[in-house]
Design a protein around this ligand. Sequence first.
Ligand SMILES: [Zn+2]
Length: 421
Amino acid sequence: MTDFIISGPELADSSKRDLFVVGGRLVDERPHGAETIDADGLIALPGLVDLHTHLREPGREDAETVESGSMAAARGGFTCVHAMANTQPVTDTAEKADYIADLGAAAGYVQVVPIGAITRGLAGTELAELGLMHQSRAGVRVFSDDGMCVMDSALMRRAFEWVRPFDGVLAQHAQDAGLAGPGACCHEGELSGRLGLPGWPSVAESVIIARDAQLAEATGSRLHVCHVSTAEGVDVLRWAKARGINITAEATPHHLYLTTSELTGYDTVYKVNPPLRTDEHVEAIRAGLADKTIDVVGTDHAPHAPQDKDHAFAEAKPGMLGLEQALSVVMETMVHTGRLDWAGVADRMSAAPARIARTSGQGRPLNVGELANLVLVDPSRRAAVDRGASASLSRNNPYHGRDLPDPVELTMWQGRITHRR
Ligand SMILES: [Zn+2]
């Protein structure tokens, strides 16, 4: 195993020092015969951790595989991704969870942590084997029916009760099925009427967050809210946190950056669930992420094959790529606007997600003794995004052609270089 001297980087806390990597860990003594990586002018951050990744394997290996998605993650500066359960078949048993973790280990680019389904087959009617998934080798601790909202309140309460003894967390896709049904695809407002697209009202998100927050409080269990997209959702989170409820939440890069006005051309690359919102909602999400009402950035990386996107807007599948440009978008919307410093980025994209999922060895400050999970960032480089250059098997990249920060120089996972520009 190669040892490394990472020479001259600035760390998230603005201090500047060389980093020494021996046997996959950070050590305090400069190693002999090590490879030197020149990091002068670069920022060294802990490896990024994504709580919300769709890897599509098993079932849709034409859109993404664990290997291709892992490679895209490494290119984006990630050392750990949590793989959503809505594959075909759904990850709803211990065996299936272990299978995903094994595929991730075989790919070898990032730590792949399976998320288990809350309900069997994501059908929303009976609980999946939550306890057995936790006891599996994969040690599942995050459960989600993402893509679907668990609408049955009694079932949701029982799921909270099941996961509480082992400190599990339920990650809810907050979408009231009555207020925003399966066809809803455009933020409900003036534009949805003008475009003739079924509306997805913001309250369809916030009422579920409120319900689940109260269930989490009543059961003493933990709730994580996926992809918060509305000002009303942020308001409810702020109320729940002030009350001391055990609740965390994530924002996606696209909800920090893109608005519903992208939909005027009916380009299905901008179809995503929950939908892009208006400027005032984007502002609320940015403010929430800045003041920690929203704890983390989760990519909701959602690859789709062309045959699932090349349809009329209402029929196309929702979802967009996110892993490779997540840090770019966070820099553009949060760092360059003065709302987050590098310590804030390290918190929202590494420390906080690792803490929520209790992922050991990830999200740690770059101190002696820790695993060498890190990303070297060039704070000033920019480039036009080229969807063709992606490691993902899919091309539904909403940032294609846009001028954005292009920061990731090198990613290291457990002391191995998994990406280098
Ligand atoms: Zn979702």
